[in-house]
Ligand binder design. Structure first.
Ligand SMILES: [Fe+2]
Ligand SMILES: [Fe+2]
Length: 254
């Protein structure tokens, strides 16, 4: 006679969300009995679970990934690097630009929207394959196309969360410019504020130029400013936003 081990009832719980209490992250779960419980988790696992939840809530994300033949893989290493470095730096510069603008332009967009959008602007990169993100050379056409969907992916990931529409539009269009020749193409129904996009995109470009990349060294303040000035001459960057950046750089980027 064979004795079979009695099957242990698996304690399955459904992830509902996440909270932070006294700097500790907790998963909010619903257990078998429908009770809400809190579970601690590694920061990285928590982020992964939250992002997976965002993907599950929005079928458009799977469709975009399918269309571009990208495996739905969440790269938390990329997120960690971006959040601790580039997105944080872009946020500081964007708030700096906002604070240096004339009262008239400043009143067109709130500092909180700028802060939220800049802190999250590249979130979509967690779904871009790391071999493209970390390629130590210029991207080819196909790779560039894939890389360029990160702004839409960021928008789609955050769309189901409690995030202001204005913030979402800035995330979606943070690679647009004043001539509207950037990406993605503008949607007539939801045009974002030009000044908001200008602040985020100018801060994003300056921050990126001042960071070393796998394919180039970190550029100096002067080199970075000159590259952006060329864009002012081309009509892509708002002159007043550029001047506000210069004021910020003179005061804080030593
Ligand atoms: Fe970006
Ligand atoms: Fe960026």
């Amino acid at each position: 006679m064979f004795l079979t081990k009695p099957r242990r009832k698996r304690n399955r719980s459904r992830l509902m969300g996440a909270v932070q209490i006294n700097n500790t992250s907790f998963f909010v779960c619903k257990n078998n009995e429908g009770q809400i419980c809190l579970r601690t988790g590694k920061e990285e696992n928590l982020q992964k679970a939250m992002l997976q939840k965002m993907i599950d809530l929005n079928p458009s994300i799977k469709k975009i990934l399918h269309d571009y033949k990208i495996k739905p893989n969440i790269d938390t290493k990329t997120l960690k690097e971006l959040a601790g470095g580039h997105m944080n730096e872009t946020c500081k510069i964007a708030i700096g630009i906002h604070s240096m603008l004339s009262e008239n332009l400043k009143s067109k967009i709130s500092k909180n929207i700028i802060k939220e959008a800049s802190m999250l602007h590249d979130l979509g990169k967690v779904l871009i394959p790391s071999k493209i993100i970390n390629k130590p050379a210029k991207l080819n056409l196909k790779e560039r196309e894939i890389m360029n969907i990160h702004s839409i992916l960021g928008y789609e990931l955050l769309k189901t969360q409690k995030i202001n529409l204005e913030t979402l539009e800035l995330i979606r269009y943070h690679h647009q410019n004043l001539k509207h020749t950037g990406y993605p193409a503008l949607n007539c129904d939801h045009n974002p504020s030009d000044i908001g996009v200008q602040i985020i995109s100018t801060a994003d470009k300056y921050s990126a130029l001042r960071e070393a990349r796998v394919y180039r060294r970190k550029l100096s303040r002067i080199e970075s400013i000159l590259i952006l000035y060329k864009e002012v001459l081309e009509g892509k960057i708002h002159k007043e936003v550029y001047n506000a950046l210069i004021e910020y750089v003179k005061a804080f980027d030593n």
